[in-house]
Each structure stands twice: as structure tokens, then as C-alpha cells.
Design a protein around this ligand. Structure first.
Ligand code: GLN
Length: 496
């Protein structure tokens, strides 16, 4: 198997001594400078990005200026914040005033945002240096990072494999050590699935925990920003910095944001871990099944109470999602008409406005985005609205209730993140098989609950050694329980 380089392969079960928390500590302690760390990563990007295509744009000069100001402040004895020294990559559907925000779409090829996403502003205020914008499936629609207007992203664990999607560039950037941590967005699994495929931690908080202001909208009732990182404590730190109420996003929660890991590691003994029967089926890849069963054995030995639970609506999640998400997307994407902003087709004299809109949108959007807009417009149209959209909202309610029932029987849910490890770029999956990648992740978005994927070992597939993920879900706003459990599981696995 072809590797970008050997050390990216060792990144699967991360050594905590080298995570973001350890790295920023070394800067605070004067053992390293932000500038040195940034320059190392910039040259790493020069080396590996031509093969990976993980970055849409590297914000070289802006990052250099920022890193220098952090080092100057540190040298003056100031405290620039908990992320001083951190080098962060952000998905290119998050608005930054530096560089462009393209969403990997021809439609936004030249778009420069006049404002910055709240999540990124908060990272900067905490001292983080933003190194660049990462590649994604166009407008975050996809599970493989192949739906990109400027070529697919490749997986650092095997460059003929996909990195997952849609935050594939962010996951590949972290796995290849081109950033300490990266931001992704998750509408149906787009943080967790690429994290699983690339051997990283990927965390989607409760809906409304992190402001969506400045995140280019896809499915507004499902979208959530979150970190892709090397460890659970890194994810927790980023969450703590970004979460909290924001006047620019009316859906942000007023609930106070805790320090999720401040109570120390969770004792696994006595914890009730629910295993959804529908997530551990014969249809999973044998490597996924084997690694999952090993984890279960280790948990039993650690005194965890394993509870078999049923989530019979699991498979209805995909159909529900593919009504709600395209419906919202068709409305959100109607703003790209080529008149107000975005790509505009060459006007033909005498042509009406409608025709110009149509040509603009056919030229600007790729095939998957067009498919979603058509689907969404169809399910919202008069005569079909009740049959599809209203019905999907009813199933959404049932899925929420199903989770409520299950969380009365157990504290957290555990399953594999995906049915199989990363597939090949040339797998040429039909849309429905592609959509099934998210079968275990999508219901967390539908119900709005927090979920995390952590590295769950290596599966053998066709001669390649590929990472697989463990997926934990918890009740809404139970981030401390979720992250403490994930951290304990991560520690247990690193000792195994
Ligand atoms: N793969 C799903 C889709 O294509 C989810 C994408 C996401 O979470 N942004 O819509």
C-alpha cells in the first residue's frame, strides 16, 4: 500500500504525548515557538498536499503574521490564551476574512467573505493560528470528498482510498500532520465518518452548542461545527473555546458551557453502555466487527455494564435525512443566483432572467448538489409536501423519542462509526450506497444529540491496513458525559 509517509500511518492510536494539548504546552513552556511549529507544518503541506489535495488554500502570510504576534506576546509575558501555539486548519465552508471561502464549488470560486465565522473568531481570540482552508465535498454534500470542484482528497493511510467526507480535507490534514487540529461541519456524519476513515477523533456537539454563524448553510436544522483532532482532550478543549451562546445565531443554546474533562477521567466501572443491535450486524465489514468485539470484551473486563438496546428506526434515518437535508439545502442554496453573488454565466443578449439563472446554476453547481436541489425542491412542492416533508418531520420526532427511550436504559450508546473502512477512490458507488455510509451517524443529527468518533483500531481490507472508528452518542447537552466516556475508552485502548 502506498503511504504518504510512514508516520502518518502511526497516527491511528494517537500517543497523547503529541496531541494539541501537549504541543501548546511546549510553546507555553518555551520549548518551541509558534513560528517554528507553523513553518514545519507549512513545509509539511508543501511535501504532502500535492498528493493529498487536503487544502483548498494555505493562508501562509496571514498565519505567519499571527504566529509572530503570538510569540511576541508570549515573550512579553502575556497569556494569549489556551490555544497559543496551536496550528488549526478550517473547512472551506467556514467564512474567513482572509483568503476565499469556496465550499469547493465553482459557484463560490472567487468568494471572499466580509466577515468571519464565530467559531473561528473564538479560536483566534484563544490564540490559535489558522493555517488554511481544507477541501470538502461541494457544499458539504458527500461522504468521500470526491465531489470537489478541483479534484478529490486522498487518504493519508492509503492514497488510493477516500478520506471520507464531507470534511475529508480536515481529517486528512490532521492525519498527515499538516495541522494540530481542524474544524469540520457535520450535517449527517461529515465530521465523524472522515475522522474514522483517517484515524482521528471527530466530535459533533449537541445541535445549538456551537454557533453556525459564518458556516455556509446546508441543512440548517442539522448542521453543527466541531473539531477533528488527535485526542479526546484536544476535541474537548476546542469545544470549550468555541461553544456558547452567540447573538448572531438564534439557535445557540443559553446553557452554560462546562469544562467537559475537568472532573477527571470517568470510572468505567458501573457505566451502562448501550449497544444498538441494529449497529452490529452481519452487514458490517469483518474488520469492523472484529475490532468492535475486542473493544466490547475490554469494556466488560473494565466492569462496564453492556446493555443490548434496540433502535429499530436506524435505517429510516437515511430516508428521513434525504428528505429533510435536501429540502433545507434547496432553500439555502437558492441564494446562489449569480446576480447577488457567486458565479454568473455569460449573459446572452435577449435572454430572460430565468434562463440566466438556470444556466448560472447548471454551470456553478456540480452533479451531487444539483441532485440535492432537485430532490429538495420536489419534496417541498405542492402536492408532495405532506407525503414527504411533513412525514419526514414526523419520523424525526419518532427518532428523537426512540433515543429518549434508549437513554433511560443506558448512559451512552456505542457502535462502529461506519459499516466499513475507507473505500477506494475508484469504487464508483451509486448515490444510495454512498448515502449508506452515514447509516450509524445520521440519526444523531436528526435528534440533535452529541456524538463522537474515536480511533477503534485497524482493519485489514484487500491488503490495506485501514483505521476504523468507535462511535459514542449521549443525550442532548451531555457533552461532559460523552467526552469523559470517550476519554476513558481512549485510555483503555491505548493501554491494550
Ligand atoms: N454524507 C452526508 C451527505 O452527503 C452528510 C454530509 C454532512 O454531514 N455534511 O449529505
Amino acid at each position: 500500500m502506498k503511504h504518504v509517509n510512514n508516520d502518518s500511518n502511526q497516527s491511528t492510536d494517537r500517543d497523547h504525548a503529541d496531541d494539541l494539548v501537549a504541543r501548546v504546552r511546549s510553546v507555553r513552556d518555551g520549548e518551541a515557538t509558534t513560528t517554528d511549529r507553523l513553518e514545519r507544518m507549512l513545509s509539511r503541506i508543501d511535501d504532502v498536499n500535492p498528493g493529498l489535495n487536503a487544502f483548498r488554500e494555505v493562508l501562509r502570510e496571514d498565519a505567519r503574521r499571527h504566529a509572530d504576534s503570538i510569540d511576541t506576546r508570549l515573550a512579553a509575558g502575556e497569556n494569549p490564551g489556551p490555544l497559543a501555539g496551536a496550528i488549526v486548519a478550517v473547512k472551506d465552508n467556514l467564512c474567513t476574512t482572509e483568503g476565499r471561502t469556496t465550499c469547493s464549488s465553482k459557484m463560490l470560486e472567487h468568494y471572499r467573505s466580509p466577515f468571519e465565522a464565530t467559531a473561528i473568531l473564538r479560536l483566534r481570540k484563544a490564540g490559535a493560528t489558522i493555517i488554511g482552508k481544507t477541501n470538502l465535498d461541494e457544499f458539504a454534500m458527500g461522504s468521500s470528498s470526491e465531489n470537489c470542484a478541483w479534484g478529490p482528497v486522498r487518504n493519508p493511510h492509503g492514497v488510493d482510498r477516500v478520506p471520507g467526507g464531507s470534511s475529508g480535507g480536515s481529517a486528512a490534514a490532521v492525519a498527515a500532520d499538516c495541522a494540530d487540529v481542524a474544524l469540520g461541519s457535520d450535517t449527517g456524519g461529515s465530521i465523524r465518518q472522515p475522522a474514522a476513515f483517517c484515524g482521528c477523533v471527530g466530535f459533533k456537539p449537541t445541535y445549538g452548542r456551537i454557533s453556525r454563524y459564518g458556516l455556509v448553510a446546508f441543512g440548517s436544522s442539522l448542521d453543527q461545527i466541531g473539531p477533528i483532532s488527535r485526542s479526546v482532550r484536544d476535541a474537548s478543549l476546542l469545544y470549550e473555546v468555541m461553544a456558547g451562546v452567540d447573538p448572531h445565531d438564534a439557535t445557540t443554546s443559553e446553557m452554560p458551557v462546562e469544562s467537559p474533562l475537568s472532573d477527571g477521567p470517568l470510572h468505567l466501572e458501573g457505566l451502562r453502555v448501550g449497544i444498538p443491535r441494529e449497529h452490529v450486524t452481519d452487514e458490517n465489514h469483518p474488520g469492523v466487527t472484529d475490532r468492535f468485539n475486542e473493544t466490547l470484551d475490554a469494556l466488560r473486563n473494565a466492569g462496564v455494564k453492556i446493555v443490548d438496546v434496540d433502535l429499530p428506526l436506524t435505517h429510516h434515518g437515511i430516508s428521513t435525512y434525504y428528505v429533510i437535508a435536501p429540502a433545507e439545502a434547496s432553500s439555502n442554496l437558492s441564494r446562489y443566483d449569480g446576480i447577488r453573488y457567486g458565479h454568473r454565466a455569460e449573459a446572452i443578449p435577449g435572454e430572460g432572467l430565468e434562463a440566466l439563472y438556470a444556466r448560472t446554476r447548471s454551470e456553478g453547481f456540480g452533479p451531487e448538489v444539483r441532485r440535492r436541489i432537485l430532490l429538495g425542491t420536489y419534496v417541498l412542492s405542492a402536492g408532495y409536501y405532506d407525503a414527504y416533508y411533513t412525514r419526514a418531520l414526523k419520523v424525526r420526532r419518532l427518532i428523537k423519542q426512540e433515543f429518549d427511550g434508549v437513554f433511560a436504559q443506558c448512559d451512552v450508546l456505542l457502535g462502529p462509526t461506519t459499516p466499513a473502512p475507507a473505500f477506494r477512490l475508484d469504487a464508483d458507488l451509486d448515490p444510495v450506497s454512498m448515502y449508506l455510509n452515514d447509516v450509524y451517524t445520521v440519526n444523531a443529527n436528526i435528534a440533535g444529540i452529541p456524538a463522537i468518533s474515536i480511533p477503534g483500531g485497524i482493519a485489514e481490507d484487500d491488503g490495506d491496513a485501514l483505521p476504523v472508528g468507535l462511535h459514542l452518542q449521549a443525550p442532548a447537552f451531555a457533552e461532559p458525559l460523552l467526552l469523559r466516556t470517550a476519554s476513558a475508552l481512549e485510555t483503555m485502548r491505548s493501554k491494550a
